[in-house]
Design a protein around this ligand. Structure first.
Ligand code: HEM
Length: 310
């Protein structure tokens, strides 16, 4: 039974590289398939090698496959039940855009050097057949804060709950041990954000800034981020967001990334945020954050990744 997950339940580390690759048009499918087989083997090799050489580095590489890529690579049918092209979610004011991506790599380690080496070796193979459409180098900002200054990740599932919410179980027996991976690259308007008082910023998020305490339901605004993103204790995802920033170009952002046992949960959160609940009551964090990408991938379990490596 294929059920051992890739490292989807690992905690965010100090350094991360996110890579999205799109197969280059006109490349022969046989060549794409050959490189894909090689890269599947490489991901397994990189994880094993990092664990062996740097056991305390908490290093890992997780690979996800997009819907179009799944078809082009002739991967197993029926497909994972919820794997599809992500469709944009349009609210009156803000849109969760849908963008293309065939393979996603989520590379984590405590040391940037290890992240760099793993990214470089993967890219060495991928560039034969694909273009890198997103490359984001995320870093742990102080005590796990987003670049907006608020701690990001507090209400994530912990312990065995992580696998419960991130990994597919009996509901899709062919893909037990797999996960849905959804990513968005957000850019923040930090100038506008900094014009808000700390009290106003706290109302946008729904938590205190300094010590990360959740507001009571009586005080928490209905359009705060956590009021809309929290869709109930039975519907959670494992988030591994990382901030990134380029001070010269003023590109400051959050790479939103989550692993989920069902994509419906993510869609419900996005609908609440972008369309609003009730419709029109959208997430105020979006007035300061623009989604530039949005792509769904499927993360096959380890044994399946091994099968794909040929
Ligand atoms: C602009 C990008 C985003 C930023 C900066 C951001 C930041 C935050 C922060 C600071 C928190 C509070 C601390 C915590 O519990 O983690 C939070 C909570 C949360 N966020 Fe986000 N987030 C972003 C996008 C998203 C998206 C796109 C989703 C879902 C698709 C999402 C889902 C959640 C959930 C489920 C919670 C926990 C709510 C709770 O149960 O209290 N976030 N986020």
């Amino acid at each position: 039974m294929q059920s051992n997950p890739q490292n989807v339940t690992d905690y965010p580390n100090n350094n991360t590289c996110f890579l999205v690759w799109s197969f280059r048009e006109g490349t022969a499918t046989e060549k794409i398939k050959a490189v894909f087989r090689r890269v599947c083997a490489l991901v397994i090799n990189l994880n094993n090698s990092a664990l062996d050489r740097f056991p305390d580095a908490k290093a890992s590489c997780v690979m996800g496959i997009g819907y179009e890529a799944w078809l082009q690579l002739d991967l197993p049918r029926p497909l994972p039940k919820e794997l599809k092209d992500f469709e944009a979610i349009k609210g009156d004011k803000h849109t969760a855009v849908a963008t293309k991506g065939d393979l996603h790599f989520h590379i984590r380690a405590d040391e940037k050097s290890l992240v760099y080496d793993m990214s470089a070796v993967i890219s060495g193979f991928m560039k034969e057949i694909a273009d890198c459409v997103v490359e984001v180098h995320g870093f742990r900002y102080w005590d796990s804060r987003s670049i907006l200054g608020f701690v990001d990740g507090t209400e994530n599932p912990h312990g065995t709950d992580r696998a419960h919410f991130a990994v597919i179980g009996e509901q899709d027996i062919n893909y037990k041990g797999g996960s849905y991976l959804f990513v968005q690259k957000y850019l923040h308007n930090l100038e506008a954000w900094k014009l808000l008082s700390v009290e106003e910023q706290e109302k946008v998020i729904g938590r205190s800034k300094d010590n990360d305490i959740e507001m009571t339901d009586e005080v928490k605004p209905q359009n705060s981020h956590i009021a809309l993103a929290n869709i109930g204790d039975d519907f959670k995802v494992v988030r591994d967001n990382m901030p990134f920033g380029n001070v010269a170009t003023n590109e400051m952002g959050t790479y939103f990334i989550c692993y989920a046992s069902t994509f419906t949960t993510v869609e419900k959160m996005l609908t609440n945020m972008f369309i609003g609940n009730p419709p029109g009551n959208y997430d105020r964090i979006l007035d300061f954050s623009t989604a530039k990408t949005g792509t769904l991938f499927f993360v096959p379990p380890l044994d399946m990744l091994d099968d794909f490596s040929g």
